[in-house]
Design a protein around this ligand. Sequence first.
Ligand code: NAD
Length: 484
Amino acid sequence: MAKTNAKPYSNLIGGNWKAPNGSTLENHNPADYSEIVGLFPIASLEDTKNAIDAAHSALPAWSRTPAPTRGAILDKASQIITSRIDEIATALTREEGKTLAEAKGEVTRARDIFKYYAGEGWRYSGQVLPSSVNDELLYTRRESLGVVSIITPWNFPIAIPAWKIAPALIYGNTVVFKPAEDAPHTALLLVEALVEAGLPAGVINFLTGDGALIGTEMASNSNVNGISFTGSHSTGTKVYQNAIKNMARVQLEMGGKNGLVILKDANLDLAVKFAIAGGFGLSGQACTATSRVIVEEEIADAFVSALTIATKNLVVGNGLESGVQMGPLVNHDQLETSQSYMTLGQKEGAKLLIGGEVDGQKGYFAQATIFDHVEPTMRIAQEEIFGPVISVIRANGLNDAIEKANAISFGLSAGVVTNNLKDAFAFANQVDAGVVKINEPTTGLALNAPFGGFKGSSANTFKEQGQAAMDFYTRTKTIYVNHG
Ligand code: NAD
């Protein structure tokens, strides 16, 4: 699609749709970057302040709205998403690149998240506590935190906004939402569903444009009470430093370098399946992606040969085409990063088994790549690549495997493949990661379970998802009532 035909989209500030005014953010299809899939406003500092003011003004009425009434709006939004799964999933694949099947799975997850939190409107509560004096009622109330800034990455452009926005709204907060520059369209479709579902003006505000300009204000404005951020460690650090100036509450979920450990008794077919799903699903662009496979020496040769054969059969291409199993990377920077690590791995002395090249002629395509004999200290074993690159590290026994799994600065997710219950639980207890998977890929999460990393993967403040989200999005008030 030529630029002149590309559709301009709007921002939402205080209930008013604001069309682009001057230059726009071009949103490209990563499978064919000559196609511009939309033009988005570049919000100014003034727009950002106005959006925060609008959220601030909408807060008293929204926070006093009965939670089941708020839930009814979320439920309606879930129904609207259900009726548009194909449309939203297609938009997602077109701007982000993942396969249509992956996109449909993600949109379905967003729908379920809104349904889950709609129900929370009937359930959440404070506590009644035993009092130490006669005739006293002692209880707590969960109140909304206030205005929350929600800043999200491009790799799950509807699921991550959903798992932040749905709890924010159900617990009575108002929202300023900024998606990543590379995937604003899917985010806009979510906001449109919420508006159509009946969300009052100002309760959600939507801004696109320069992440640093908008994001800095969203983190540092004194009318913002909480910031929930998912993205890279370097950006998260800036968000934290800005938020702390106002003592705003912060939740940061960041990168990963997740290890899947394969013990010598493992079912090899399953181990290969999990490594492929975790390493090459979403083209390796998942925070929980399996970027390291730590395998016991006794079965390492058999494992890498089966893994290489399975990788050879992967169909890479435009995610909108049927049969494609791995889509492109999201943008040119991601392509260059993957290419640089593919080159670095060879320089560092790891053995390249398959892949190692990218093709940026039409879209941002990278080959599924496996390195064997990777040393834990090599940069390809230490740094987040966020591309389809698996580093195989060989280990001698369970303890060595756990030590190698932990020898990184991140701590998001980790997995073990084994039929030995004792080893499985030893791994689960000793591995330094916020999510542990036994006989499952390192990717894939339940929407009702706490999610968050350890070490450099997180600010280690508040968990996301399920009822754990209530701790971030509410404040607790303690009330003493003497009725004697
Ligand atoms: P990024 O850090 O580049 O951007 C994240 C968001 O921050 C975007 O919306 C961006 O516009 C915004 N931003 C940019 N500069 C900012 C600033 N100065 N202040 C405030 N906001 C700013 O990350 P990305 O490339 O979009 O996403 C990839 C990263 O996200 C990877 O590191 C990945 O591991 C991580 N991630 C983590 C999780 C998790 O739950 N732990 C989930 C998905 C992705």
